[in-house]
Design a protein around this ligand. Sequence first.
Ligand code: ADP
Ligand code: MG
Length: 383
Amino acid sequence: MTTKDMKEKIQQIFKEKFGEPGTLYASAGRINLIGEHTDYNGGFVFPGAIDKVMMAEIRPNGLDKVRAYSVDLEDYAEFGLNEEDAPTQSWARYIFGVCREILKRGGQVKPFDTVFAGNVPLGAGLSSSAALESCFAFALNDLFNGNSIDKFELAKIGQSTEHNYCGVNCGIMDQFASVFGKKGHLMRLDCRSLEHEYYPFDPEGYKLVLVDSRVKHELADSPYNRRRESCERVAKRLGVETLRDATMEALNAAKSDISAEDYFRAKFVLEEKDRVLAVCDALVAGDYETVGQKMYETHRGLSKDYEVSCEELDFLNDVAKDLGVTGSRIMGGGFGGCTINLVKDELHDKFVEEVKARFNEKYGHEPNIYDVVISDGARRYEE
Ligand code: ADP
Ligand code: MG
């Protein structure tokens, strides 16, 4: 559904259910250009908000409960604002959680009516849940708190919602990107200091294309936890708090004291930190060929050294390389999900057609394709 159609549908349903119109808000899904498995090592990530959004119409209702309708799930929920009022539907717990986290921080929330919908694909690695949280966090800050809660706190409200009401122990990147996103810009977030900096991202002549393999291999957290443990072991051995503070020289000097596996895990993390910094320079110079090259290097590292790829993702990467795509890599934790691809305009249609056909022939289903444009994050929706 286009964002414009979504807006009209929300407004129509809001009118039918609740009468007088409310205010429209939107927030975005996100991509991460580079910087993978770096967050828990105190390193950098490099996300941007995209032109796929969660949108909500909201109006205070003067009642004693929130009344919420999900257009996409065709489901309705009502809930009060006390801790014991938590709704049962998982989608409603995101909204309830945001209300609770604002109240816990001493902010204001009054009962409201809302109708919401989104075109961020669910569970595809674009963080539809962060878009949902940051849409409501931004809106409730605007409606009830005179925008007195700062933007970083809004991101943390979303993150705490996942932790405390949705059972997802996530980092801060998704909510950060969704709240801070700015059209034509990516954001380098330092996961150690939480400092962030905008970088221009205006790849004229290229498109960003996500290819969702629709496969998920390791459902358990254990491979993820094992990676973390390797990183922590090496950091400890090198006498630093996180690998962010380690150097390749120190790692190589300690090579004989650590397992080969731990060595390659740490090597990836250190190289990935340098790649993010190289991509920053390349973006400032408008050099998208170098950006693409770094994306391939990240894929190789994730696949061979960090070992979080899988056959299907390596296949997608090989197809991209074979067709002359500028950059391609796994996006997200790995073991399935998406690749993110930087594709020249003139190659776009051929790439999409070929990658669908070749993947389908080998794995029996087509991947989902999403073209994305770097766009604004949380905002009042006034378009
Ligand atoms: P993602 O990787 O896309 O964030 P999650 O599993 O974290 O996937 O979050 C998906 C959940 O967020 C859904 O199960 C649902 O509860 C909620 N959600 C996302 N998009 C929508 C939507 N358009 N309408 C209702 N709920 C949604
Ligand atoms: Mg999520």
